[in-house]
Design a protein around this ligand. Structure first.
Ligand code: FAD
Length: 455
């Protein structure tokens, strides 16, 4: 590739803070709130987009607040976000589900507003429209980041940085070893979510409940669809029939999520294989292709799925959601075996209950590996193996391909974020690096603020 040498230049230091959180998705919001908890520290949250929430805003339900045994395994800051949404009528109950453990429907727009309220109440300084492009690393320790914005290239210095970018952008720039995908580099494909309105929900419920052979569901008993919120994962026969008749459907299962209003369905069925969100050309291709697929999927729904006959596309999400990209190699790399055998860890900082749920990189179907009970997540997944001054929370924490397919759900990402923010705060108070924090103190602080770390 042709290259050009960029001349060295002096950069303005826009801010010096105690804890800097990059990325305002589920992990970043909770990390920032937890770091700012006792208002003793200056905490700043950076976000490239014009709103807070990351994937909380693209029409997804939050899965697995409840574990396989039905008890609530994610509490703390994540539950407080839901409490605020409940107070506005902007979230559903935690509805138990055989396939997803539980689903909690949220209003994407109210979530953006509520995220602001949480940041304001916590005293977090938020800076939008800034993209972190590099890091300042001295003697193997992150001292800050370089941002680009309409104001140019600037520096923000911090005692601790928490990478919640989903893609591990900060860690990668700081030289942390990162991996992507399965043994062949295959990553779960992304999806452009979209909202359909005018769905005759009762017709859909009746079809699933009364004709389960024709309108088949994976794992979930038809009765689960009789009332309340639901996610369909199935109608495989409908897709096969549609494909026989020449309809184009990029997935093997019909995944539909009820919205908060009675006639609303969020469709999770576009899939673009081979997209790498860390390559803008690849991500651009994904957005283009998914937008085309949206109309093909809608044709299928209107012609084969009861209740969709008169429905219409109301809107699409602001961006195509990324299921998988970089993960860091941390002090501990969590594996599917840890999850499936519910390995317990002395340094547990979060508990999760979602199964291993891998949308195949080459498209089509999905692998689900269920566990009997909730499982521990250790502090080591947040701590990069070699670089100091940095924690990494959310879907880019240290997991192998299978494990991240379980821990990637937003309830778990929020729990990881809260743990990272809490650890960064305690490390600064104790004058140690995050890698050397007393995890017992972190656990005590998490429990005190209502988090769940097991019985
Ligand atoms: C299609 C799809 C369906 C899914 N279904 C569900 C579901 O039903 N339920 C569920 O719970 N989970 C679901 N997930 C998983 C879940 O949404 C994600 O794994 C989770 O949101 C990851 O949280 P995060 O905070 O790590 O990252 P994100 O939510 O991706 O947030 C990262 C934030 O960082 C910002 N950012 C990134 N890079 C930079 C940078 N360099 N500088 C500044 N800001 C930056 C981004 O703009 C974003 O706001 C789904 C994911 C996808 C894609």
């Amino acid at each position: 590739m042709k290259t050009i040498k960029e001349p060295a230049r002096e950069l303005n230091v826009r801010a010096e803070v105690d804890v800097l959180v990059v990325g305002a998705g589920p992990a970043g919001l909770m990390a920032a709130e937890a770091a700012a908890k006792d208002k003793s520290l200056k905490v700043m949250l950076l976000e490239q987009r014009g709103y807070l929430g990351g994937n909380l805003t693209i029409g997804l339900p939050i899965l697995a607040f409840l574990g396989p045994k039905g008890n609530q395994v994610v509490k703390g800051g994540a539950q407080r976000l839901i409490d605020r949404l409940w107070a506005k009528g902007a979230a559903s109950e935690h509805k138990p589900c055989k396939n997803h453990m539980s689903l909690t429907i949220i209003d994407p727009d109210q979530t953006k507003t509520t995220a602001w309220e949480i940041m304001d109440d916590a005293g977090v300084e938020v800076l939008l429209y800034v993209f972190v492009v590099d890091t300042i690393v001295e003697n193997g320790c992150v001292k800050g980041v370089i941002i680009e914005s309409k104001a140019g290239r600037e520096v923000i210095l911090a005692k601790s940085v928490i990478d919640c970018t989903g893609d591990g952008d900060v860690a990668f720039r700081a030289g942390v070893e990162c991996t992507k995908g399965d043994e062949n580099g295959g990553m779960q494909p992304p999806t452009l979510m979209y909202l359909m309105k005018g769905v005759e929900m009762q017709k859909l419920r009746d079809a699933i409940c009364n004709e389960p052979e024709k309108y088949d569901m994976d794992v979930m008993p038809p009765a689960q669809f009789r009332d309340g919120k639901f996610i369909t994962v199935g109608l495989r026969g409908c897709i096969i029939e549609a494909q026989k008749q020449g309809y184009k459907v990029p997935v093997a299962r019909t995944i539909l999520i009820t919205g908060l209003k009675d006639d609303e369905i969020w469709v999770n069925m576009t899939r673009v294989n081979g997209v790498d969100s860390t390559d803008p050309a690849s991500y651009t291709h994904g957005e283009h292709e998914a937008r085309r697929q949206m109309y093909e999927v809608t044709d299928y729904l209107k012609n084969f799925v009861p209740g969709f006959e008169s429905a219409w596309i109301e809107r699409s999400a602001a961006f195509m959601g990324i299921r998988e990209s970089r993960v860091i190699v941390g002090k501990y790399v969590m594996t599917a075996q840890d999850i499936l055998h519910q390995k317990s860890f002395d340094d547990v900082i979060a508990v999760a209950g979602y199964p291993v749920d891998i949308h195949h990189a080459e498209g089509g179907d999905c692998t689900m590996l269920f566990c009997d009970d909730a499982y521990d997540i250790p502090y080591g997944v947040l701590v990069p193996e070699h670089i100091e001054g940095l924690l990494v929370a959310g879907r880019c924490s240290s997991m192998d391909h299978e494990a991240m397919a379980a821990t990637r759900v937003m309830s778990t990402c929020m729990a990881l974020g809260e743990a990272a923010g809490t650890a960064a705060r305690i490390a600064i108070a104790d004058g140690v690096l995050p890698s050397g924090v007393d995890v017992k103190k972190v656990q005590a602080a998490l429990l005190e603020s209502g988090a769940y770390l097991g019985e």
